[in-house]
Design a protein around this ligand. Structure first.
Ligand code: DLL
Length: 435
């Protein structure tokens, strides 16, 4: 099922034409209304008239998170404040947040993006959608809410936290669709497992999970699908570009379709800033083609992924994005080796004995990097003998060494001792950065 069949299945040549028309308009709009774009383009020697089609996009300068910080809070807004109807802000932990402003039309387009995702997952007005993403400045809660409303589903806006109540309402109101971060879904699944009054198959009506806002792996998908008895789908997005629903998976779970009529994606080499060969991994860059409030032109997301232009079996022509490995900022360099937390997660989840909860601590002692990983055994394995535990530990260490190329100090910690997340999980403490 499609939410907007005409657009989602549009011939690529026609899509390219639409993107060209929108880009030409956008460049003039931003040049005329935002000093930042005018100055950047003047400096690069590009005039709006030089942009005649989407093929000219590479003439335009890039934009980075720091630019949005420098122009905090609203100096990159292109619409007058009277037309702004909503603010959100990014979840950055240090310094000033990035503030996004939306016009009414921006909210409509955003909701359409989420509605397209939910429809692709098989969600309709018959469904009860529990939104356990946080409501507030974070775009997850209200973004998922507006998208679910757009398809006429019944929204249960629980926001994040209060897990016992989430499960009670999920049961009593017969929630069919759960929207939250994959790490919170894992915590919910564990809590349901430990609740003697709730049996996933008998007492719950869950069918679909719409998970995103942080990197997650195929192994995590399998774990969540099994534990919650659902189909789990990826939903991707970021505040600077709009929020959740920049793209989502279809029923084939084979890449995340990006809604290219609204968000034009490019993949560049983060060092040379040149486009990579089609299909190669690199940094994802977006240009918003329909946004009015705070449009972005060639915004560098720092997210590392690749794009798949082959036609999908679902009939959608929109490009697919591979799983996000992580943000370049989240990549750890340990003893000279690049390590993404998502790779560690994937290895842990290959072993059914572990809960999938983990925490990485990196430090530097006597000029050598230390690399510690805490993992938990599932309660039914926690009473294993010391010998059995040692065997399990060795197996996981060997797996991590073969995948990462370096050896962590692995610690099996008490069940439930790693802090559970209600939103985006925090998996890493890099003490080297604190020194
Ligand atoms: O996380 C928007 C969102 C909310 C997306 C709910 C999906 C669901 P920010 O807080 O601005 O916005 O964080 C954006 O989160 O650049 C990625 O690094 C990461 N991210 C978002 N979705 C995914 C995903 C929201 N599906 C940043 N897979 C992005 C991997 C994701 N990483």
């Amino acid at each position: 099922m499609y939410f907007n069949e005409r657009i989602e299945t549009m011939e690529r040549l026609q899509l390219r034409q639409l993107q060209s028309e929108r880009l030409v308009k956008l460049v003039k709009y931003t040049y005329d209304n935002v000093k930042f774009y005018r100055e950047r383009m003047d400096k690069a020697g590009v005039k709006p008239e030089d942009i005649k089609s989407i093929d000219d996009i590479s003439k335009l300068p890039f934009m980075q998170k720091q630019d949005l910080r420098d122009y905090y809070p609203t100096d990159t807004f292109a619409a007058p404040m009277k037309d702004i109807v909503r603010f959100h802000a990014s979840s950055g932990t240090t310094g000033k947040p990035i503030v996004a402003g939306y016009t009414q039309n921006d909210l409509e387009c955003w909701a359409e993006g989420v509605a397209r995702c939910l429809t692709a997952y098989g969600v309709s007005k018959e469904d009860i959608v529990q939104v356990s993403y946080g409501y507030g400045l974070f775009t997850g809660g209200l973004g998922a809410h507006d998208g679910a409303s757009k398809i006429g589903a019944a929204v249960l806006p629980t926001s994040s936290g209060n897990t016992a109540k989430q499960i009670m309402l999920m049961k009593d109101l017969k929630t069919t669709t759960l929207c939250c971060t994959p790490s919170y879904a894992l915590f919910l699944a564990e809590s349901i497992e430990n609740d003697p009054d709730t049996d996933v198959k008998k007492d719950l009506h869950l069918r679909v999970g719409a998970f995103g806002a942080e990197p997650w792996t195929e192994n995590m998908r399998k774990e969540l699908e099994k534990k919650l008895n659902i189909n789990a789908y990826d939903i991707y997005g970021l505040t600077e570009v709009s929020g959740p629903g920049v793209g989502g998976e279809c029923e084939y779970q084979d890449g995340t379709h990006l809604w290219e009529d609204m968000f034009f994606p490019e993949i560049i080499d983060p060092v040379t800033l040149q486009p990579v060969e089609p299909g190669q991994q690199g940094e994802l860059v977006f240009t918003t083609l329909t946004k009015e409030g705070m449009p972005v032109v060639r915004y560098r997301t720092r997210d590392l992924t690749h794009l798949i232009y082959d036609k999908c079996r679902c009939g959608r022509t929109m490009v697919r994005m591979g799983r996000i490995l992580g943000r370049s900022d989240d990549m750890l360099i340990i003893r000279g080796v690049n390590v993404f937390p998502s790779t560690i997660e994937s290895c842990i989840l290959e072993f059914p004995e572990y809960t999938g909860q983990y925490f990485i601590t990196v430090d530097r002692v006597n000029n050598v990097d230390t690399f510690d990983v805490d993992v938990e055994l599932r309660p039914d394995f926690a009473n294993a003998s010391e010998d059995e535990k040692k065997g399990l530990k060795d197996k996981l260490v060997n797996r991590l060494v073969s995948v990462l190329g370096i050896k962590p100090s692995l610690h099996i910690v008490e069940p439930n001792s790693i802090e559970r997340s209600q939103g985006k999980a925090k998996h890493v403490l890099d003490k080297r950065k604190l020194a």
